[in-house]
Design a protein around this ligand. Structure first.
Ligand code: GDP
Ligand code: ZN
Length: 446
């Protein structure tokens, strides 16, 4: 309801958007989705992006593997994975046994062995927990529809990144969050209750006071069905408008050709990311903004790129068209050397002339946190200062902005790298505290 109202208010500022036709189109889409759900055929695209966040070692990777089933191959605990440094995607489907009311990520019910009913496919975003990887975590937040925050039951809550990640979700405007109290096998019931209370007290000061708290053991496979049921009930698929002007957020870009490949077999540049809205089809003529950087007269400038979609992949499987939800990749006719090594990360892809604006300078109305989170001794967030250098994240892009006017209602920044965004978009603001950038608030783009 609130969302629809917002769109109506925005219309006068954005003359190109047709509010009424948009509404009708999305209604149509909802009906369509409901139909496919009952009887899935062909390639099923995930319909929800779910982030797994939390302090390092609290069990995100273990739970990801528990859901997506990749665990079975690696029973050697010694295969120390290290820290997840990229937003890694894994898909899983939610099924329900109608006889036992049992929720599972498997096609068979482990209780009665009967076939389960497919409910929906979900794409997991396994965000890194290491403190220096906050930028990656924030880029992930832009594409996330809901989140699971992992808290280890055998440690005091909140740990620094528990708090920092929850604040990041709050600042990114993510509404639906489930708290998982993991490693329940390592504590007795008294300790579990005490830890539950600590979680409650921690949540009391946030937007997530009423978030469900689900005790599990990811390693011992305890209560995973209850967690899956909670995901199904508390994190609904957002209404998607498949007919809106398509926008893809680029998370990665690569040259997939092996060295020494003959020119006739060369595959054009590949972009990976997610569809934010609308539909992309094979052979669509697309534009990429702000595009790639070149030096001109000792100045860095960004050039939009135009190309054609030659292949589309949904979670690695070729498809003819793609909608929001899950990870996707497109192959293009671009020279692969232009896109290699993630050179286009943070760009937006769309149809020429129908893309968000490009900004070299932005004006924001800002909201700052009271305290810097994510460090042991929390310090007060001082107002922004003229000349201050900020890290700004919007959609999947990260840029650096220098404050030219620090006033709260109209903060202006000159950007080191331009961004493509729409008025009303939420931009998260981080400031250098000690040796790294810390999240301090957000601004709404004017
Ligand atoms: P991440 O850093 O959040 O991805 O955490 P990992 O999934 O890598 O887990 C860190 C360590 O905790 C690993 O040794 C896991 O085997 C262990 N672990 C994860 N979940 C549980 C659990 O439920 N119980 C116990 N006892 N250990 C767990
Ligand atoms: Zn059953």
């Amino acid at each position: 309801m609130a969302k629809k109202k917002e769109t109506t208010i925005k219309v006068p500022k954005e003359p190109k958007k047709k509010a009424t036709s948009k509404k009708k189109a999305s209604e149509k889409t909802t009906k369509k989705t409901a139909k496919t759900k009952a009887k899935p055929t062909g390639v099923i695209q995930p319909e929800l992006n779910l982030a797994l966040v939390g302090h390092v070692d609290h069990g995100k990777t273990t739970l990801t593997e528990r859901f997506s089933g990749k665990w079975t191959d690696t029973h050697s605990e010694e295969l120390k994975k290290g820290i997840t440094i990229r937003l890694g995607y894994a898909d899983f489907s939610i099924y329900k046994c109608d006889d036992c009311d049992y929720y599972t990520a498997k096609e068979k019910c482990i209780k009665c062995n009967s076939e389960t009913t497919f409910l929906r496919k979900i794409s997991l975003v396994d965000a890194p927990g290491h403190e220096s990887l906050m930028a990656t975590m924030l880029s992930g937040a832009a594409i996330v529809d809901g989140a699971v925050l992992m808290v280890a039951a055998n440690e005091k809550c909140p740990q620094p990144q528990t708090k920092e990640h929850l604040m990041a979700l709050q600042i990114s405007g993510i509404k639906n969050v489930i708290i998982v109290q993991n490693k329940i096998d390592l504590v007795n019931s008294e300790e579990a209750i005490k830890n539950h209370q600590q979680i409650k007290d921690f949540l009391a000061g946030t937007d997530y006071k009423n978030a469900p708290i689900i005790p599990i053991s990811a390693r011992a496979n305890v209560n995973i069905d209850v967690l899956i049921k909670a995901v199904q009930e508390f994190i609904p698929t957002p209404e998607r408008n498949r007919d809106a002007d398509p926008v893809m957020l680029v998370a990665r870009s690569f040259d997939i050709n092996k060295p020494g490949i003959s020119p006739k077999d060369l595959i054009g540049g590949v972009l990976g990311g997610t569809v934010k809205q609308g539909t992309f089809k094979l052979n669509d003529e697309i534009e990429i903004v702000p595009g790639y950087m070149v030096e001109e007269k000792n100045k860095k400038v960004w050039k939009p790129l135009r190309t054609t979609i030659t292949k589309i992949f949904s979670g690695g499987v070729p498809v003819d068209e793609i909608h929001p939800g899950g990870s996707m990749a497109i192959a293009t006719t671009l020279d692969p050397t232009i896109v290699k090594s993630d050179s286009l990360t943070g760009s937006l892809v769309g149809i020429s002339g129908k893309l968000p604006q490009i900004y070299n300078q932005i004006s924001l109305s800002t909201s700052l946190l009271e305290r810097v989170v994510g460090i042991k001794d929390e310090i007060e967030v001082k107002p922004l200062a003229k000349g201050e250098v900020l890290m700004l994240n919007v959609n999947s892009a990260a840029t650096v902005g220098v404050v030219t006017d620090p006033s709260k209602k109209n903060t202006t920044c000159v950007l080191k790298k331009p961004i493509a965004a729409n008025p009303g978009d939420r931009i998260t603001i981080s400031r250098r505290v000690g040796d790294r950038f810390r999240l301090i608030g957000y601004g709404i783009l004017k």
